[in-house]
Design a binder for this molecule. Structure first.
Ligand code: NAD
Length: 332
């Protein structure tokens, strides 16, 4: 079976080739992102693999189907870039990688919290300039804080587990609370309560219409002064201009993000010689109390191996006509 792999990076190519060794899967590794202009590159391939910043909207899916694609898998846990209904109507089967390593993202989240809480990023920069002055580097300890975890699925639960070692008070909110979390954290009934009582708020809900701009001006107004926000889930959970205003007014005291709502045109590529014309993003980079990483929370050797193995399993099942173990939830 021929498979078009969009948005290929070297680290992923190695993992996919390793996982597919001995199989009859034939990969065509493509560098471009999938969109309406590049969909034609998949013509003649029965299966298509994509990643988080590819676009699989209705127009793109129609083009893929026209070129013979019958299967599409995202090499990610989030799947907000796929129009599931359109795929169903076009007869394209869908798969994803629901749990390649929740800990990879959870550990990174804790890393971001500690980086800002202790000014590790600034300390590192100073020492590289031979500046050993500690003025301005006084931090705070997690055990004195209330940390709110919004979304306690696989990643949120792993975050709660790790946080419990720090001795902080942990609050959680989820539409479907889970039992493990009740042993380590206290669920609140509404997300407004989570906003109101958290010193540190970390987001682990998927991006859906109901969570789009979950953190907007109104939500921020409910929060404690100086609140610390972390987003390692999806960029559009946060209304970035609203957060920039709140950083300027000091309502938001710290911001750590691994995802950004307009990241598709920036992340995963080297833009160090380009002029960044996204003023909101450029403004974010000027704050000393903001840390931005380029969607790397997932990136561990363990996660890459699991993503590749799960994806190859899904492709093999599709090729053999077996129901896919990691099919995307269907829409009614
Ligand atoms: P999951 O499906 O296991 O958990 C999501 C949880 O959110 C569920 O418990 C669900 O009940 C809850 N939820 C859904 N809507 C809600 C709402 N409106 N209010 C409160 N709770 C709600 O997903 P996961 O594996 O924990 O991943 C979470 C997200 O993390 C993914 O959707 C993806 O966007 C993101 N992610 C980011 C990276 C990265 O590299 N930065 C890597 C993997 C996943």
């Amino acid at each position: 079976m021929r498979i078009a792999v969009f948005n290929t990076k070297k680290y992923e190519r190695r993992a996919l080739e390793e996982a597919a060794k001995g199989s009859s899967l034939e990969f065509t590794f493509l560098e471009p992102r999938l969109d309406a202009h590049t969909a034609a590159l998949a013509a003649g391939h029965e299966a298509v693999l994509i990643f988080v910043n590819d676009s699989a909207n209705r127009t793109v899916l129609e083009k893929l189907a026209g070129g013979g694609a019958r299967f599409l898998a995202t090499r990610s846990a989030g799947f907000n870039q796929i129009d599931i209904k359109a795929a169903q109507e076009l007869g394209i089967q869908l798969a994803y990688v629901p749990a390649y390593s929740p800990n990879a993202v959870a550990e990174f989240t804790i890393g971001l919290i500690l980086t800002l809480a202790r000014h590790i990023h600034e300390g590192h920069n100073r020492v590289r300039r031979a500046d050993f002055n500690l003025e301005g580097l006084c931090g705070f300890e997690l055990r004195e804080k209330t940390v709110g975890v919004c979304g306690t699925g696989r990643i949120g639960t792993a975050v709660v587990r790790l946080l419990s070692g720090f001795g902080c008070r942990i609050l959680a909110y989820d539409e479907e609370p889970n039992e493990e979390v009740t042993l380590l954290a206290s669920y609140v009934d509404t997300r407004e309560e989570l906003f109101r009582y958290s010193d540190i708020l970390t987001l682990h809900v998927p991006l859906m219409p109901s969570t789009h701009h979950l953190i907007d001006k109104a939500a921020i107004s409910m929060m404690k002064d100086g609140v610390f926000l972390i987003n390692t889930s999806r960029g559009a959970l946060i209304d970035t201009p609203a957060v920039v205003e709140a950083l300027k007014s000091r309502k938001v005291g710290f911001l750590a993000i691994d995802v950004y709502e307009e990241e598709a045109s920036l992340f995963f590529e080297d833009h160090s010689s380009d002029i960044i014309d996204d003023d909101t993003f450029a403004r974010l980079l000027t704050f000393p109390n903001v840390v931005v990483t380029g969607h790397q929370a997932f990136l561990t050797d363990h996660a890459l191996r699991n993503i590749a193995e799960t994806t190859v399993k899904s492709l093999t099942e599709f090729a053999s006509g077996i129901p896919c173990s990691h099919a995307l939830p269907l829409m009614s």
